[in-house]
Design a protein around this ligand. Structure first.
Ligand code: TXA
Ligand code: MG
Length: 357
């Protein structure tokens, strides 16, 4: 397929120019095409949510299993009416506090939404993104837009325009090249369709942020195993996997450092190219370690600072893709304490890693 590229990187702060540049992309969306676009979380691959054939093209382009429902993106509150039966009072308070922004809210769906969008569920996840390119595009398209992350199924979510080109050029009608995603991990998904709200996917908006607005909510566990709550179907698939196997090392900072140094020197000795996911606090310690100096082929990248886990969320998917480019044979990664945003980051790292030490 010939993919039309809409490069708006030079004009992201000029609303008028954006409108002109994105009119074609919006028409593609409205009339049955598939268009990738930036949001503040990750890039999405959109189709008109009311157009079954178009939505099926999204699943096809990504190689996404059909039992994994999509999030529906809207530009303003008036669009909710055609999508959900009613907006529960607490859901409305969440919208008032967090929209536009990185929160997807699951509610009982209207019959008009095709089954393929929601994988046959009686509910739909809806979100109003904050990114200005997304806003202009959704507004011009005039229809709600069903959009999963714009990666090939199983790969790390795309947070930069070049990630989307890499995965989807030739597979979709259009790609909007905009800014790098601020947040870097996907939206928090909360199920508000029952009386006891559950966070199905953790994100940058954390449990405590939500509880400050609507009171107690449950959180699906980090391991995602013996839970009795309903899950986001997407959480059961292999996810975010870099090409090389990844091992996650847990423990205190000094324990992680010494375990990773030990394993790295073994792997290097056997001729492997090693990738290390460090933090701002430890990058130097690896780079200057006598254990690794001159010991073969190694690529050490920091994912951000432990003192500000938003930086880690912002970088994590990009870093995983960087190791694919570097063709490393194995990735050794530090873990984070599964608290607050650390919980959301570890949710992604657990899925990317095949093994834990
Ligand atoms: O930040 C994001 O949410 C990005 C951007 C593009 O908006 N989108 C995204 O979509 O991450 P996707 O398809 O990669 O993830 C959607 C998640 C999946 O885990 C899916 O199972 C869950 O939301 N989900 C969607 N509708 C659902 C529903 N009705 N019930 C339960 N889970 C649902
Ligand atoms: Mg995804």
């Amino acid at each position: 397929m010939d993919t039309k590229v809409f490069d708006v990187r030079e004009i992201i702060n000029d609303k008028q120019a954006l409108e002109t540049a994105l009119r074609n992309a919006a028409d593609m969306l409205a009339y049955g095409g598939t268009v990738a676009f930036p949001t503040e979380t990750v890039y999405g691959l959109g189709a008109n949510a009311f157009d079954e054939a178009a939505v099926k093209k999204v699943f096809e382009a990504k190689g996404r299993p059909s039992d994994n429902p999509l999030i529906i993106h809207i530009a303003d509150m008036s669009q909710l009416k055609g999508l959900v039966k009613s907006v529960p009072e607490r859901a409305l308070r969440l919208m008032e506090s967090f929209w536009p922004g990185p929160l997807s809210i699951i509610m009982e769906k209207e019959d008009r939404i095709p089954d393929c969008v929601t994988a046959g569920l009686g509910t739909a996840a809806v979100r109003m993104p904050e990114n200005p390119e997304a806003y202009v595009l959704l507004k011009l398209a005039g229809c709600p837009v069903a959009a999963p992350s714009a990666n090939l199924s199983g790969k790390p979510s795309p947070t930069k325009p070049e990630h989307v080109l890499h995965d989807l050029d030739g597979r979709v009608s259009g790609i909007v090249l905009g800014r790098t995603c601020d947040v870097g991990i996907e939206s928090t998904v909360i199920d508000m369709s029952t009386d006891s709200p559950v966070i199905l996917r953790p994100g940058i908006i954390i449990k405590e942020d939500i509880e400050a607005v609507i009171g107690p909510v449950r959180l699906a566990s980090r391991k995602n195993s013996s839970e009795s709550v309903p899950k986001a179907p997407g959480m059961k698939y292999t996810h975010y996997a870099p090409d090389a196997p990844m091992i996650l090392f847990e423990g205190s900072p000094s324990e992680m450092l010494s375990k990773i140094l030990g394993r790295a020197s073994e792997e290097l000795a056997s001729g492997k190219k090693v990738g290390i996911i460090a933090t701002d606090e430890t990058l130097d310690l690896y780079e200057k370690s006598p254990v690794l100096s001159g010991a073969g082929s190694i690529c050490i990248l920091s994912t951000g600072s432990r003192k500000d886990l938003k930086t880690v969320a912002h970088n994590i998917f990009h870093i995983l893709r960087r190791f694919d480019e570097e063709n490393v044979d194995i990735i050794l990664s530090e873990a984070f304490e599964a608290e607050g945003i650390g919980f959301s980051v570890m949710n992604r790292m657990d899925k990317a890693a095949g093994e834990k030490k």
